[in-house]
Ligand binder design. Structure first.
Ligand SMILES: [Mg+2]
Ligand SMILES: [Zn+2]
Length: 171
């Protein structure tokens, strides 16, 4: 099969799992509709997977790294193993190079998976995910939710109504 892509990176909150702001409780992790199916299919096609997630709750002092790790472990229990996890723990005011919309998390994930950004899809629910993907040279797909602003939808080069529709774009 002629595949255009080697990897799919997912935003975590609002994309793979329901967005519970600053959640440190693994018991509150709930997959988004289609997440299991998409990951099963993506992995079955031999594509690598990763998660790229801003977790400023750590930098804000609202979450510990251990809590975030526990939530991430629950995500893997529910959705299977990912090839890489790239987390930005910084406060928005820190000016780090990793917090989306900066490209750092996407670039680090591509490096960890040994794939090129041009052959990597980044799926997210807000404009920062799209901009981070573009800044890294990857291919963004926006899956809007209730928190996605209309202008973010308008600016996105590619949108999908849900995760299952993303599959049709990448295979
Ligand atoms: Mg999100
Ligand atoms: Zn950062």
């Amino acid at each position: 099969m002629d595949q255009a892509f080697d990897a799919v990176l997912f935003d975590r909150d609002g994309t793979l799992i329901r967005d519970v702001p600053y959640n440190g409780d693994p018991g509150r992790v709930a997959p988004m509709p289609g997440a299991r199916e998409v990951l099963r299919d993506v992995r079955a096609h031999g594509l690598r997977t990763g998660v790229v997630s801003n977790q400023s709750g750590i930098g804000r002092g609202l979450l510990t790294e251990e809590q975030v790790a526990a939530v991430n472990a629950r995500v893997e229990e529910l959705l299977g193993r990912f090839g890489t996890w790239q987390i930005c723990p910084h406060h928005p005011d820190d000016g780090c190079a990793c917090r989306k919309p900066a490209p750092g998390l996407v670039l680090a994930a591509c490096e960890a998976l040994n794939v090129s950004p041009e052959r990597t899809v980044v799926v997210g629910d807000i404009g920062a995910d799209v901009v981070a993907a573009q800044a890294a040279g990857a291919v963004p797909v926006l899956v809007p939710t209730g928190v996605t602003r209309p202008e973010e939808v308008e600016r996105a080069p590619r949108t999908a109504p849900d995760l299952l529709a993303v599959l049709e774009m990448i295979r």
